[in-house]
Design a protein around this ligand. Structure first.
Ligand code: UGA
Length: 443
C-alpha cells in the first residue's frame, strides 16, 4: 500500500518505519526542513532502540522516504496518517493547531479519495473537527472529492516502541465506513496474523480508549505511590505490599512499582487533557484530579527526603544523581522526576553531579552550561566529592553497586533511592543510610 505520514516525531517515525518494514511504501513528511535533511542523511533525531537500523534498511530498500513536500505527499498515499504533536495548552488541554493544519493541507492538495487517519493522541471529538476542516477546505476549492476520517490511536512505549507496534495487544480503529475498514485491514494485515487484533468501534470511543488506557495506567502508579507513602508512615514495606497485591490476577504485577512519580510526554499530558475535557463538559473528574495531584506530590519526595536527611541544610552540598531520563532506555527528560529534584536543589544552593547512559546531551540542551551541574561520563565519577547519592531512573546499569565503595566514597553516607533498586539490608549493612520509597523506616 502507499502510505503518507504527516509528522516525523516519535510516533510518526515509528509508525512509518514499521509500516515500511512490512512492505508498504511510505512517505514521511515534516515541516521541519532540518529534521528531514538529517533523516535523509540517516541521522535519527530520537533515541529508540532498533529504529536507526530499521530506517536505514527501509530507505535503502526504497520503501521509506522523507520529504518536506506536502503536496506530493498528499498525492502519494491513499492512507494519510496524522502523527503531529499535540502540545498541552496553558489550561492543560491538547493544542490541535498542528493536527488541523495538516487536515487543511490534505484538503488543499487532494485530488482523489483519501482516508485521513488520526494517529496523534487527540481529545474526543477531534476526528469530527478534522472532518469539518477537510470539508471546508475542499468546499473553498470548489472540489467535490470523497474522503473518510478515522481514529487509530497509538499505544507505543518509549524504549519499546517497535516491539509495541509490531506485537501490540490491539489495533483500535474508530470508523463508521466500510472503505476505511478495508483499507485499515490491508494496512495492518502483516501484524494481524496470529489472532484478531483489530477492534473496530465508533470514532469517539476509539479516541476515548487512548486516554482511558493512559489514565488507567497513571492511576495504578499514583495508587501504589499513595500506598507507599502510607507504608512509610506505618512502618510497612511497599515492596512486600506490591508483591502481595500483584499476585491477585485482577490487580496484576504491572505498573504497581512505587517510585518517584510518573513522567514522560504521555501520562502527565494525557491525564491533564482528559481532566480538561471533563471540565469542558461540566463533569468533575475527581479521580483524575487526584491521580495528578498525587503524582505532583510524589515528584517532590526525592528532594524532601534529601532535605530531611541533611536537616534542611543543603546549601553548598554536592549531590550525585543517577538517571536523568524519565525512565530507562530513552533520552527523554520531559516531566522527568530528575528535573524537579535538580531544580529544587539548585534553588537551595546545592550542586548536582549527574550521570545518565543516554540523556546527558538532552540535559545539556535543556539546562545549558552551568556551574552547579556537572554531567559525568561514567557512573562512579559522580560520587567524587559528593555528599549523597540519589537514584531517579532504574537503568539496568545502576542495579549492581559496590556498597562498601559507595560508603567509602560519599562524604555523608546518604543514599536516596527513588526506584527501590536494592535490598535495604545489604545497603544498610555497608554503613549507608538508605532512604527508599515506602520502605518502612524511610524519611
Ligand atoms: C505510556 C504508555 O505506557 C503507552 O502504552 C502509551 O502508548 C504511551 O504512554 C503514549 O501515550 O504514547 P511511556 O510514556 O513511553 O508510555 O512510558 P511508560 O513505560 O508507560 O512509563 C511512564 C512513567 O511511569 C515513567 O515515568 C515510569 O517510570 C513510571 N512508572 C511506570 C512508575 O512509576 N511505576 C510503574 O509501575 C510503571
Amino acid at each position: 500500500m502507499k502510505i503518507t505520514i504527516f509528522g516525523s516525531g516519535y510516533v510518526g517515525l515509528v509508525t512509518g518505519t514499521c509500516l515500511a518494514d512490512v512492505g508498504h511504501e511510505v512517505v514521511c513528511v515534516d515541516v521541519d526542513a532540518d529534521k528531514i535533511t538529517r533523516l535523509n542523511r540517516g541521522e535519527v533525531p530520537i533515541y529508540e532502540p532498533g529504529l536507526e537500523s530499521m530506517i536505514r534498511d527501509n530507505r535503502e530498500a526504497g520503501r521509506l522516504r522523507f520529504t518536506t513536500d506536502a503536496e506530493s505527499a498528499v498525492h502519494f498515499g491513499m492512507l494519510q496518517f496524522i502523527a503531529v504533536g499535540t502540545p498541552p495548552d496553558e489550561d492543560g488541554s491538547a493544542d490541535l493547531k498542528y493536527v488541523l493544519k495538516v487536515a487543511e493541507t490534505i484538503g488543499k492538495h487532494m485530488s482523489e479519495y483519501k482516508v485521513v487517519v488520526d494517529k496523534s493522541t487527540v481529545p474526543v471529538g477531534t476526528a469530527d473537527k478534522v472532518h469539518e476542516v477537510l470539508e471546508r477546505t475542499l468546499e473553498a476549492r470548489g472540489a467535490e472529492i470523497d474522503f473518510d476520517v478515522c481514529s487509530n490511536p497509538e499505544f507505543l512505549k518509549e524504549g519499546a516502541a517497535i516491539e509495541d507496534f509490531t506485537k501490540g495487544a490491539r489495533i483500535i480503529i474508530g470508523t463508521d465506513s466500510e472503505a476505511v475498514r478495508r483499507g485499515m485491514r490491508e494496512c495492518y494485515a502483516p501484524y494481524n496474523r496470529n489472532h484478531e487484533k483489530l477492534m473496530f468501534m465508533d470514532m469517539r470511543s476509539a479516541e476515548l480508549t487512548k486516554y482511558a488506557a493512559n489514565a488507567m495506567l497513571a492511576t495504578k502508579i499514583s495508587f501504589i505511590n499513595e500506598i507507599s507513602n502510607l507504608a512509610e508512615h506505618l512502618g510497612a514495606d511497599a515492596e512486600h505490599v506490591r508483591h502481595g497485591i500483584g499476585s491477585d490476577p485482577r490487580i496484576g504485577y504491572h505498573f504497581i512499582y512505587p517510585g518517584c512519580g510518573y513522567g514522560g510526554s504521555c501520562f502527565p499530558k494525557d491525564v491533564q487533557a482528559l481532566g480538561q475535557t471533563a471540565t469542558e463538559i461540566g463533569y468533575e473528574a475527581q479521580l483524575l484530579e487526584a491521580v495528578e495531584a498525587v503524582n505532583l506530590r510524589q515528584k517532590t519526595k526525592l528532594f524532601d527526603k534529601l532535605d530531611q536527611a541533611f536537616d534542611r541544610d543543603l546549601e553548598g552540598k554536592t549531590i550525585a544523581l543517577w538517571g536523568l531520563a524519565f525512565k530507562p532506555n530513552t533520552d527523554d527528560m520531559r516531566e522527568a522526576p530528575s528535573r524537579e529534584l535538580m531544580e529544587a536543589l539548585w534553588k537551595r544552593g546545592a550542586k548536582v553531579q549527574a550521570f545518565d547512559p543516554e540523556a546527558a546531551e538532552e540535559c545539556r540542551r535543556i539546562y545549558g552550561e552551568r556551574d552547579d551541574l556537572i554531567l559525568a561520563t561514567r557512573r562512579n565519577d559522580t560520587l567524587e566529592g559528593a555528599d549523597a547519592l540519589v537514584i531517579c531512573t532504574e537503568w539496568k546499569a545502576f542495579r549492581t553497586v559496590d556498597f562498601d565503595h559507595l560508603q567509602r566514597t560519599l562524604r555523608t553516607p546518604v543514599v536516596v533511592d527513588g526506584r527501590n533498586l536494592f535490598d535495604p539490608q545489604s545497603v544498610k549493612s555497608a554503613g549507608l543510610l538508605y532512604y527508599a520509597m515506602g520502605r518502612g523506616d524511610s524519611l
